[in-house]
Design a protein around this ligand. Structure first.
Ligand SMILES: NC(=O)C1=CN([C@@H]2O[C@H](COP(=O)(O)OP(=O)(O)OC[C@H]3O[C@@H](n4cnc5c(N)ncnc54)[C@H](O)[C@@H]3O)[C@@H](O)[C@H]2O)C=CC1
Ligand SMILES: [Mg+2]
Length: 316
């Protein structure tokens, strides 16, 4: 069996990762926005990266000797490292711990580290070293749910379901939680298909509801977005796990019924208004635009802009 790495050995490993100051051992390059891009601090097993806010990120997964390190030795080494980083004026430490190395969580917590977030295979703990209260941003604050109001203009019918798992069986639009990296419209189309068997396409965004400490949102807030969708299949084949009933209902009936939720009722009236007066009155349409510095793209939702405003060069 290989011997555990001693405190001194661990400290030596950490020492090799130190960046003695903002200039030595750390090569900053200017990014397109004028901020500094990260460069690994040191070259050894422990990846301590300096970020543009003066914080250090330590990824334990990148430490070769990790499986030979015991929790007490880790605590001593981390304490010494934190002291060093503090003396160098670092603002914060981000400690990434793989789930199988979770024995290092308690020692880090005893030094003042707190959970920032956890994903399926790792957790991230933080320690604020800067002046005053922590300025580190929190993790995700909301879950995002999306529903599809699938409206067939030719028959004036709207697709509604009753949820199997709710105490009250009220009519609502099919929908569910957005998956990581999924566009809002794609969530609506996917959820509608999974729950009802109806195929549809995204038309617009109609409403956003924000509710805090929503039951079922794990203590987070809930953002619930309703989209207008256009159907291109009409035969219902609903999911027996999630739905009790599913039907095409006349939009007037949905707007009038009491057997629905306030948000569904309000959106039914909004749709009725759009149907009678023009959907441009109620639609937030989407356009994909390039992000300025990252090479990425994003979706922007807003009321349709008249063409002369899209192309205008200046304001008279
Ligand atoms: N006002 C309205 O009309 C309503 C709006 N919403 C919103 O819809 C969104 C969520 O939609 P949903 O249809 O609830 O999500 P969803 O369609 O993504 O998933 C619901 C299904 O997930 C499973 N599930 C959920 N929690 C579970 C648990 N703790 N254990 C085991 N299985 C579980 C169940 O099979 C359940 O039928 C939220 O944003 C919520 O606020 C939800 C209900 C009504
Ligand atoms: Mg659902």
């Amino acid at each position: 069996m290989r011997p555990l790495l001693s405190w001194a050995g661990w400290r030596a490993v950490l020492a090799r990762t130190y960046s003695p100051g903002p200039s030595a051992g750390y090569r900053g390059t200017s990014g397109a926005q004028g901020y500094v891009r990260n460069t690994p601090v040191g070259t050894c097993d422990l990846q301590g990266e300096l970020d543009r806010f003066g914080g250090i990120s330590v990824r334990l997964a990148q430490l070769d000797a990790l499986d030979r390190l015991d929790a007490a030795a880790f605590q001593k080494g981390l304490q010494a490292a934190v002291q060093q980083w503090r003396s160098e004026g670092r603002t914060a430490v981000w400690l990434h711990i793989p789930i199988l190395q979770s024995r290092f969580i308690a020692p880090a917590a005893s030094l003042g580290f707190c959970f920032h977030h956890a994903e399926s295979d790792s957790s991230v703990l933080t320690l604020w070293l800067g002046e005053g209260p922590s300025r580190l941003p929190g993790y995700a604050s909301h879950q995002v749910g999306v529903a599809g109001a699938v409206f067939d203009e030719s028959t004036r019918k709207i697709l509604v379901v009753q949820d199997r798992n709710k105490l009250k069986n009220m009519w609502k639009f099919p929908g569910g939680l957005s998956e990581p990296g999924e566009d809002i419209g794609d969530t609506a189309v996917r959820e509608v298909f999974e729950e009802t068997g109806i195929k549809s396409e995204f038309r617009s965004l109609l409403s956003i509801r924000q509710q805090h400490t929503n039951p079922g949102a794990f203590g987070k807030s809930d953002m619930y977005i309703i989209c207008r969708l256009k159907p291109y299949s009409f035969t219902i084949n609903f999911c027996q796990h999630e739905c009790l009933r599913c039907e095409w209902m006349d939009l007037n009936d949905l707007a009038k019924t009491e057997n629905t939720t306030p948000i569904t009722s309000r959106v039914a009236r909004l749709l009725l208004y759009g149907y009678r007066e023009g959907f441009d009155k109620i639609d937030l349409t989407v356009e994909e635009l390039p992000a300025v510095h990252t090479g990425l793209f994003y979706k922007l939702y807003h009321k349709e802009l008249p063409d002369n405003y899209k192309t205008m060069k200046g304001i008279d």
